[in-house]
Design a protein around this ligand. Structure first.
Ligand code: ACO
Length: 332
């Protein structure tokens, strides 16, 4: 006898951004840049940086507490934690395990996912399928990044683009058909890691005095190539998921893209023939918060009343790897 298909619904959202805000003018005191250059090339006006000693897991705790409260659940019912991060507290143990302890949760399944800026969608995809399997009932999905810990504040081509933040959602299994996370798709192309990477700190170049002197433990990016790939791939994955679930782009009520660059989002909007009003963007205030970005925009859109019951929401992201992904949600 076939099992009824479980739906997976988002019952709570939350986010956290550090108190320390740096404007573009503040950045121009650190590197040779200007408010005009950063705004016109990226759309970013300011970003938040974590305080000294404030860890990725600390930001994740703050976002998670809000999502748990919003969902109105007893935290002891959470049976799964997935943290998307490329800036974990430490290489191991996982930030998810650290979070399990800090939130006082039971001895539940907890692990990290590393898919850079697509991390939130990879985590949502994985968590949704684990709930659909029937093995789990309530999951905490987190995107959390302390990008400032891997930024080279001598490299103006990267350090002005990123910020720190955390975002969280609670997803729950539901027997109501046709609502919630309708589906997600994800892809990758690892043929050229050097497009966007942190060369040192792993097994290829273990940390050493030399690697630190060569500034290899900071993010390196081929911005022009990443830009081209981001526009192409986010357009493709968006149209693929709409086709897969028999929707057309004009049926989307709200599109929440990864917040990397306003020019990338403008190009995506043109490609999809959608007005920018259908997008929720906040990169002007937060910059690119990598794995936290999609959840950060989702929480803000929800808090602002931009998401209503029955809305069709498309999340789409692109990041280092290269990785990409999209999730289609019918808000319950
Ligand atoms: N301030 C002033 N000038 C700068 C700065 C800066 N911060 N950074 C670069 N410049 C200069 C360059 O040196 C160059 O000068 P030159 O012409 O004298 O050589 C000039 O500005 C133009 O530089 P470009 O690299 O051609 O600038 P471009 O228009 O391509 O914009 C940018 C650069 C913003 C990085 C863009 O390419 C981009 O957004 N790429 C995508 C980045 C992205 O999305 N990354 C995140 C991926 S997600 C993840 O997984 C983390």
């Amino acid at each position: 006898m076939s099992q009824p298909t479980r739906s997976v619904i988002i019952t709570g959202t939350g986010s956290y951004s550090p108190a320390k805000v740096l404007t573009n003018d503040d950045m121009s005191k650190i590197v040779d840049t200007s408010d005009e250059w950063i705004r016109t090339r990226s759309g970013i006006s300011e970003r938040c940086f974590a305080a000294q000693g404030e860890k990725t897991s600390d930001m994740a705790v703050a976002a998670a507490e809000k999502a748990i409260l919003a969902a109105g659940i007893d935290r002891s019912d959470i049976d799964l934690i997935i943290v998307a991060t490329m800036t974990p507290d430490m290489p191991f143990p996982s930030t998810a395990c650290i979070l399990q302890s800090k939130l006082g949760l039971g001895n539940i399944t907890a692990f990290d996912i590393q898919a850079a800026c697509s991390g939130f969608i990879y985590a949502l995809n994985t968590g949704s399928n684990m709930l659909r399997s029937g093995a789990y009932k309530k999951a905490l999905i987190i995107g959390a990044e302390k990008m400032s810990s891997i930024l080279d504040f001598q490299d103006r081509t990267t350090c002005v683009l990123f910020g720190d933040a955390a975002s969280a959602i609670i997803i729950e299994a539901s027997e109501t058909a046709g609502v919630g996370v309708l589906g997600s798709i994800a892809g990758s192309d690892g043929s050229d890691p050097s497009l966007l990477y942190q060369p040192a700190g792993g097994s290829t170049i273990p940390p050493s005095h030399e690697s630190i002197d060569a500034r290899q433990h900071f993010i390196k990016m081929n911005g022009k190539e990443i830009f081209k790939q981001a526009v192409r791939v986010m357009g493709q994955v968006s149209s693929d998921i709409l086709k897969q679930y028999s929707f057309t782009s004009d049926q989307i009520d709200l599109l929440i893209p990864h917040q990397a660059n306003m020019r990338i989002i403008d190009s995506l909007a043109k490609r999809m023939k959608l007005p920018l009003e259908k997008f929720h963007n906040n990169l002007d205030r937060f910059g690119n918060t990598s794995g936290a970005s999609v959840g950060l925009a989702l929480d803000e859109a929800y808090q602002m009343g931009r998401i209503q019951s029955g809305d069709l929401i498309l999340l789409v992201a692109f990041g280092a790897g290269l990785t990409w992904g999209a999730s289609l949600i019918k808000w319950q």
